[in-house]
Write a protein that binds this ligand. Sequence first.
Ligand code: FE2
Ligand code: FE2
Length: 223
Amino acid sequence: MLLDRWLGAGAGATDDAPGAADSAAKSRTDQRIPAIEAIREEHRAIAAILSALSRILDGIEAGRLQPDVRLLAGMVEYIAEMPDKLHHPKEDRIFSLLRSKTSDLDGHLDVLEAQHHDSVPATSHLDRALVSYIQGGAEAFAGFRDAARAYIADEWVHLNTEEEHILPAAQRLFSAQEWQDINADFARNGDPWSGEGNRYADLFKRIAHQAPAPIGVGDGASG
Ligand SMILES: [Fe+2]
Ligand SMILES: [Fe+2]
């Protein structure tokens, strides 16, 4: 699949990526929980975009890459929409059930829920920074770069907190019946991270192909 191919090419190959936390969480139990797998798959997709964006910023800054406005706009669109529309609603359900099971994670949950709540203004800020860059040209790059880097840094912490603290606790504390109900609800919403009419999977595919090698999949195709 494209996501595996892209991550295999190195888009998500960073020590900060949530994939690093996967093995520890998975080793807690061999039980397969489709809802957790869906959330992890969405994290991998988000991580791939964030990592690619970070490398593109490095490339533009170093003069190795010419800015590709269409690619940057696609990435910001993905970051702004996919998590808010598809991903956070799933996690909010896990968060609220987890609060009923333990208060040990309240500190993490308070921060994560506030970040979900503020995700639209946060990504609007990024979107406005991109528009300023497109309008202002090279002189306005620093503003977009700083906004994007701040967003990416916050998002790594967010993803890793969920992978390291929240998903393992949910896996440990929720009953089989509770997981069955959550799995059924998530399955009703279709494939993880694809979106209605495959919208976000198609956008992801376009970004992966538009990103220059070795950041993207490198075949230069547009579909
Ligand atoms: Fe989240
Ligand atoms: Fe998440």
